[in-house]
Design a protein around this ligand. Structure first.
Ligand code: ADE
Length: 224
């Protein structure tokens, strides 16, 4: 798989993708990740990538010319072009799973008030939001999406089970609370059942705690 990130801040996108599991996946050749500076496709002497809104209004918008030039250079017939924007479809584990099956993603990062709408109409296959809040910079969102996709690639996680059993594999249930040693930490002890060795009871306990936690933190998941 290949992921190209197009942004005004390539270092912001790459920093969290250059350590730990994702860096190991890159070194193992599971994924090739590159971040490109949109300014490299500007043609004026000030490398201007943004401009004011037609019709008036606050803020600046990314101009179409450098974005069209970037995408036209980077894309292949297999590419899927994704725009990071708070106006997009909400990114969930199921979307990460879908995207992890693609061979080439181009993640285009908005900045300021977003991008000229002709970019969306002509170039973008999918608008994606990582949640109902506004970041200063789509590069942060691109790093989040890339991380969630790459860890799903076969071989990216040491233990293949770990991406199967976690939250959102059953998309309607959070994970149960988990404990490690010491058994007694400052008088707070690990639930006895987890020390019982009785797998059936432990599984039942985990299911109940998962439900309880979901009810408390994410009741919306149980309604769906
Ligand atoms: N850019 C700014 N906020 C964003 C969000 N929530 N998701 C994706 N891209 C963004």
């Amino acid at each position: 798989m290949r992921i190209d990130i197009v942004t005004l801040f390539p270092e912001i996108a790459l920093a969290p993708l250059s350590e730990s599991i994702i860096q190991r996946a890159r070194k193992a050749g599971l994924v090739e990740i590159a971040a490109h500076n949109l300014r490299d496709w500007t043609t004026d002497k000030h490398h201007k990538a943004d401009d004011t809104l037609c019709g008036g209004g606050q803020g600046m918008l990314l101009k179409p010319e450098p974005i069209f030039a970037a995408i036209e250079q980077l894309r292949t017939p297999e590419s899927k072009v994704v725009l990071m924007t708070p106006q997009g479809r909400v990114f969930k584990q199921a979307v990460a799973r879908e995207l992890s099956a693609e061979s080439h993603l181009i993640l285009l990062c908005g900045h300021y008030e977003g991008v000229d709408h002709r970019v969306i109409e002509q170039l973008v296959d999918l608008e994606l939001s990582i949640g109902d809040y506004v970041l200063t910079n789509g590069a942060i969102a691109a790093a989040v999406v890339t991380d969630a996709i790459v860890r799903l690639l076969p071989g990216a996680l040491g233990n293949e089970q770990s991406s199967v059993e976690e939250s959102f594999s059953d998309p309607n249930l959070l994970e149960a609370p988990a404990y490690t040693r010491p058994i007694d930490f400052r008088g707070h002890v690990v639930p006895e059942i987890l020390l019982s060795g009785h797998h059936g009871n432990i599984a039942k306990w985990r299911k109940e705690r998962a439900l309880e936690r979901t009810r408390a933190n994410r009741p919306d998941l149980l309604e769906s």
